[in-house]
Design a protein around this ligand. Structure first.
Ligand code: SAH
Ligand code: DHB
Ligand code: MG
Length: 218
């Protein structure tokens, strides 16, 4: 099946049921104008994050890797009125673009972007968070898993983006450090009895990849 078909199906789904709105389109456009890489989650994937956060009643969300704030907007919209989101971002420029995009989406008071490396900022946070979306450097995923677990409670949910990478995740001899990060994440989860997890392979406008999802056991 061609990637062209996957993207066309995303278009069909977006128009009919995903329905990304003007604020999301504006965030995508502003991110492109600012020269950010076009690696945000797709609209159907953003909607999935939104639905998952709503399904589990998330009130506090932590994201690692804000880019232009596209996934952040989907996630922040899942929160109840008193809910809050924090997103950690290494690059000052990305943080500034994301803050502007969040403001134009009316979410400036809901979502806060903190600048720094994920591993440095995680220990400065106070938990518990209900929902985690991890989408920064893939090499950091095993550390982010351990760090987020410390900020979690029984029932907290973690979602990791980009864990299949065109199927390369099964290549034990890989020299791709991002793939190695996804492999080490799966190994860390396998060795951690406090969580139950799965990974789901995905296709769409962003190609062939996947999400890892874990829940902290009650
Ligand atoms: N979640 C975004 C996409 C994030 S892209 C979306 O779907 O819309 C990955 C982001 O992680 C980039 O902005 C990159 O600068 C940031 N990043 C990379 N290494 C990081 C690190 N060590 N700590 C925090 N952020 C990092
Ligand atoms: C890359 C990063 C992402 O978060 C993503 O969704 C796709 C690609 C990358 O660094 O190549
Ligand atoms: Mg990603």
């Amino acid at each position: 099946m061609a990637a062209k078909t996957w993207a066309a199906v995303d278009d069909y789904l977006n128009e009919l049921i995903v329905r990304p709105d003007a604020a999301l389109a504006a965030a995508t456009a502003a991110s492109k104008v600012a020269g950010l890489p076009e690696i945000a989650v797709s609209a159907p994937q953003g909607k999935l994050l939104n639905l998952l956060a709503r399904m589990m009643g998330a009130r506090r969300i932590l994201e690692i890797g804000v880019l232009g704030g596209y996934s952040t907007i989907w996630l922040a919209r899942a929160l109840p009125p008193e809910g809050r989101l924090i997103s950690l971002e290494y690059k000052q420029k990305h943080a500034e673009v994301a803050r502007a995009n969040l403001a134009q989406a009316g979410l400036a008071d809901v979502a806060e972007v903190r600048v720094g490396a994920g591993v440095d900022l995680l220990p400065t946070l106070t938990g518990p968070f209900d929902f985690f979306f991890i989408d920064a450097d893939k090499e950091g995923y095993p550390d982010y898993f351990r760090g987020c677990l410390k900020l979690a409670r029984p029932g907290s949910v973690m979602v990791f983006d980009n864990v299949v990478r065109d199927g390369k995740v099964i290549d034990a001899a890989t020299s791709d450090t991002a793939v190695e990060g996804a492999r080490q994440l799966h190994a860390a989860i396998a060795a951690e009895p406090r969580v139950s997890a799965t990974s789901i392979q995905t296709v769409g406008s962003k190609g062939y990849d996947g999400f890892c999802m874990a829940i902290v056991n009650r």
